[in-house]
Design a protein around this ligand. Sequence first.
Ligand code: LLP
Length: 416
Amino acid sequence: MHEFRYRENQLFCESVGISEIVSKYKTPLYIYSKGTLIDHYQKLKKAFRRINPIILYSMKANSNLALCKILSKQGAGFDIVSGGELYKALKIGADPEKIVYAGVGKTEEEIESCIRNNILIFNVESLSELRLIDRIAGRLERIQRVAIRINPKIRPRTHRYILTSGTENKFGIDIETAEKIFLHRDEYRNLNLAGVHIHIGSQIIESWPFVRAIKKVVSFIKDLSLRGIEIKWFNIGGGLGIIYSKETPQTADEYAREVLPLVKGLNLKVILEPGRFIVGNAGILVTKILYIKETLNKNFLVVDAGMNDFIRPSLYGAYHSILPVISRPYSPKKKIKRFDVVGPVCESGDFFGLNRRFIEPKEGDLLAIMGAGAYGFSMSSNYNARPRPAEVLVDERRASLIRRRESYQDLIRNEL
Ligand code: LLP
C-alpha cells in the first residue's frame, strides 16, 4: 500500500497533486510520502511487537536527512555502511546505541570514529577486520561490542547483484570459521563478542530463505550456548521484498509469523535492518517527456530523467511501473502504442522501461516512475555532468523541499 493514487484523472501524493508540485520544483523530481514511510515502519514494528526488536533502518536505501529524521522520531535506529552514513545519522541526532555498522571494507578511520561515537555493534565480515577493530579499541581503551556476520550459504531467488549469501560472494564468514572465532574469543581482549548477524540478500519475496537461514543460525547459537558462550544480539538483516509489479511478497505479518517461532525462548535481542521495505514504495521519480521519437522498428519516449538519476532498470533490469501523471481515459478511438521510455544519457542502457503501453502520450506530459524511494536518489550520480534532482516530501496537504536541485556550480565545486 502507498499514498500515490489517482483522484479523478490526476496522480496525487497524499493530498497534493503531482502536477502542482512539479510546477513549483520542476523535473526530474523525487517525491516522497511521509504517511507511507511511517506506515511501513509501523507495520514491521507492530508485526514484531511481541519481542520488541531493535529496528534499524538501512540508510543505504535512502539517506535523505528529512526521511531519516522522521524514522528516528518513530523510534528507528540505523544500519550504516560507511563513515558518511555515520555522519548523517549523527547529524539528525540518532542515538548511537541504535547504530550498527556492516560492510566488508571498513577503513581504520571509519572504525575509530564509530568506536569513539559509541555505536552499538560492528557486524564483522572477516578475521582481519576483527583483529583491526580489536587493536583500535585497545588503543582507545574501549571494549567494543561486535557481531560476526555469518554467511549461511542459503541462496534466495533474487538478482545476482543483490544476493549476499552463498559460496561465491564476498559477504560474511562461514559458520565453521565463526565457531572458531567464538571459541577463541579470549584472544580479542578489547572486544565483546556477543552477537551474530545475517543478511542474505535484497528484494526477497518468499519467506523460506529467511526461515532456513535463521534456523541454521539459531542452531549455531544454541550450540555456542551449550559451550558457555552466550549470544546477546541476533541481527536477522533486511531484504524483505516489495511490490514493483505483480510480485506477491510476504507481508510484515506473514514474515513475523514465520520468524517469531524460530527465535522463541532464546534469551537475546533480535535486530531487524530493513531498507527497501520501509522506503521503497514511499517514493516516486517524476519526469517529463521531452520528445516522442518514432522509428521504423521502435517508438521511444525520451524523458528528462536519466540513468544517473535512477539506475535500477539499467543496472538490475529492474521493472518499475511508469504511470502518466494525468491519465487519459481509454476509448476505442484512442490508440495504445508501445514505447521504450529512455533518458538523455549517452548509453543504450539508459532506459526506465521497455515496450510499455501508453495511451496517446504527448510531448510535455509528466510520467511517474513508481517504487523509486529505495536505491533511487541514493544511487544517483552526476554522470554526463547532470545535476542531481531535487527531493520533495509530502505530508498530507503540504509539500516541502528536502533537497535542493543541484546546480552547475555544484558540479565543479570540488574541482581544482
Ligand atoms: N543490511 C545489510 C547488511 C545490507 O547490505 C542491506 C542492503 C540491508 C540491510 C537492506 O536491505 P533491504 O532491506 O533494503 O533489502 N541497490 C540494490 C539493493 C542493494 C542492497 C544492499 N544491501 C537495489 O536497488 O535493488
